[in-house]
Design a protein around this ligand. Structure first.
Ligand SMILES: Nc1nc2c(ncn2[C@@H]2O[C@H](COP(=O)(O)OP(=O)(O)O)[C@@H](O)[C@H]2O)c(=O)[nH]1
Ligand SMILES: [Mg+2]
Length: 226
């Protein structure tokens, strides 16, 4: 029975037939998945987003993207179903206060589309690496047991030839749930200080929480930058 279930999941993941777009039921604060059984939509997604969001299962990707979309949609009672397949999010940047003609932000984009690729799709992530300009990698800082696995996946991204010029944002998520020491431990376990001297990509590190909204402004700024 178990092998039958796991075969079924792998079959769906492999074919990528299910597109799950989490939507927020505000009253219950549960992010319900809606399934679109369209293979063509998945193909459109692949070509439409130059920014992708990756990370292990339950790292906090969906919560973070929902919070960037609408900060009020997430609070400490929010719960999301695992993303099976991909989810696409259009994020509108907060409007800056107008400051006349010399406003340096006036030529910056007003919104961005981000494609979340579920952690269970890790073996298939590379299918989505074409034409990627920016990559958000989310690591759950409150779960140090997951860090080694997160590190292995992160290294596979850093060594991918098609991602050598990509700008990377490493998000240390769930900071409301973590101690300061855990953030340091996470960076140590990922060997970030050593890595940053060896890799070609520009990696920006942000501490964030979808619940307290810490770090969201920094993420907006990073996303808006060319
Ligand atoms: N305390 C806290 N919990 C979070 C935060 N973000 C996500 N979570 C929890 O982690 C679970 C998994 O998050 P989700 O965004 O679905 O992870 P994903 O699989 O990477 O998309 C959620 O159901 C929340 O309970 C956060 O910023 N703070
Ligand atoms: Mg998700």
């Amino acid at each position: 029975m178990m092998s039958c279930i796991s075969n079924t999941i792998q079959f769906h993941e492999f074919l990528n037939l299910v597109l799950v777009v989490p939507i927020c039921n505000k009253s219950a604060k549960v992010l319900w998945p809606t399934c679109c059984h369209s293979f063509s939509i998945c193909l459109i997604n692949k070509s439409m987003s130059s920014c992708i969001c990756l990370g292990p299962k339950r790292a906090g990707k969906t919560h973070l993207l929902m919070a960037l979309q609408d900060p009020d949609s997430i609070d400490s009672t929010s719960y999301s179903m695992p993303t099976i397949g991909t989810g696409i999010y259009r994020i509108n940047f907060p409007v800056q206060s107008p400051s006349g003609d010399s406003n340096p932000n006036k030529h910056l984009p007003k919104s961005i589309q981000i494609l979340e690729i579920g952690g269970s799709m890790a073996p298939l992530w590379r299918q989505y690496f074409e034409d990627v300009k920016k990559l958000i990698y989310v690591v759950d800082t409150s779960n140090l047991c997951q860090i080694s696995a997160a590190g292995v996946l992160f290294y596979s991204i850093l060594t991918e030839p098609r991602l050598q010029k990509v700008k990377i944002l490493l998000v240390l998520s769930k900071m409301d749930y973590s101690y300061r020491q855990m953030r340091n431990e996470a960076l140590l376990m990922l060997q970030m200080s050593k890595l940053q001297k060896q890799i070609r990509q520009q990696v920006t590190i942000v501490e964030a929480s979808a619940v307290t909204k810490v770090g969201l402004d920094e993420i907006y700024q990073w996303l808006q930058r060319p």
